[in-house]
Design a protein. Structure first.
Length: 303
């Protein structure tokens, strides 16, 4: 799947992933009204509205971008109907030939880790049949439990030709409380990066490993170091835009050929119609505002 992701980035010229992280107050009134008329002001109504909101954004942007990244917590808050909306979003994005990165941040050991991997990247056997659960192409994983937590994911990825993005250095302000702590003279995030490079050696695509890394856009000097530590790992970069990351600060995350990283934007795209810059589109045309925001982001990332 890393080969497909790289190929689509080359084709679109857009190292961009749209974060489909909807809150209910992001959804325009006309979509809410229609869903609530069908299902009432219920969890089912909320789940349907969220999917329809996502569908509009996917329809408006799928020809411009290589991938989307739904954040599962935004769906879990609506219970089972929210999870149905998550699955519908994954399936619809894949029907548009988008690569889907499931932002699930799972992390456990043994059979539990294997079950998480099966749920999001693999399939489960029931009788004579094999069924896919959520069936994303990539999943984000927390490495805090070490190799015991990562190995089951890698095994499923090998079977299914799928991939991982492992948290290395996150963009939130307090990440340094643990991630910056020195161990043998190196920050913990650099030690994690070394393990990502090691894990990735056993699961290579044509040019990059199926085991990638998450490195926040708010630490460009860290990004420069980690690019060297993980030369074959694709880097998923959150924190652009709303969290303060800038295009100029993202250059160290990329290789000289312009590959090696993909930059996420969530609110800046899915809530673009609320931004003064795009308010001319109005609520009814929220998806067109999202398209305009994607085009501007692509232009911004032309180094």
């Amino acid at each position: 799947m890393i080969n497909k992701l790289v190929a689509k980035i080359k084709k679109t010229g857009a190292p961009v992933v749209v974060g489909l992280d909807p809150m209910l107050d992001y959804v325009p009134e006309h979509i809410l009204k229609k869903s609530f008329e069908k299902y009432g002001e219920t969890l089912e109504g909320a789940g349907d509205a969220i999917f329809e909101f996502n569908k509009g954004i996917i329809d408006a942007t799928y020809d411009l971008i290589p991938a989307v990244k739904p954040q599962i917590a935004m769906y879990e808050q609506f219970g089972i109907p929210g999870m149905v909306a998550f699955k519908r979003t994954v399936d619809y994005a894949k029907s548009k030939d988008l690569v889907v990165i499931g932002d699930v941040k799972r992390g456990d050991i043994g059979s539990t880790s294997a079950a998480y991997a099966t749920a999001h990247l693999g399939g489960v056997n029931i009788g004579l049949h094999n069924f896919k659960g959520f069936d994303e192409d990539f999943a984000t994983v927390n490495p805090y439990l070490g190799t015991d937590g990562i190995k089951p994911f890698i095994e499923v990825c090998k079977e299914e030709n799928k991939g991982l993005f492992i948290l290395v250095k996150t963009s939130n302000p307090s990440s340094g409380e643990f991630q910056d702590q020195l161990i043998d003279g190196k920050p913990l995030y650099e030690k994690v990066a070394e393990k990502v490079a090691e894990w990735g050696e056993a699961h290579m695509g044509d040019d990059y490993s199926y085991v990638g890394a998450v490195v926040g856009a708010t630490y460009p000097e860290v990004g420069k170091v980690l690019r060297e530590v993980m030369p074959k790992a694709y880097i998923l970069v959150p924190g652009y835009g709303a969290q303060g990351g800038t295009a100029d600060g993202l250059k160290p995350y990329f290789n000289e050929d312009g590959l090696g990283a993909i930059v996420n934007s969530s609110r800046g795209i899915i809530c673009a119609y609320k931004n003064e810059k795009y308010e001319k589109f109005g609520e009814q045309n929220y998806a067109d505002a999202s398209r305009a925001a994607v085009i501007d982001m692509i232009e911004d990332l032309q180094f």
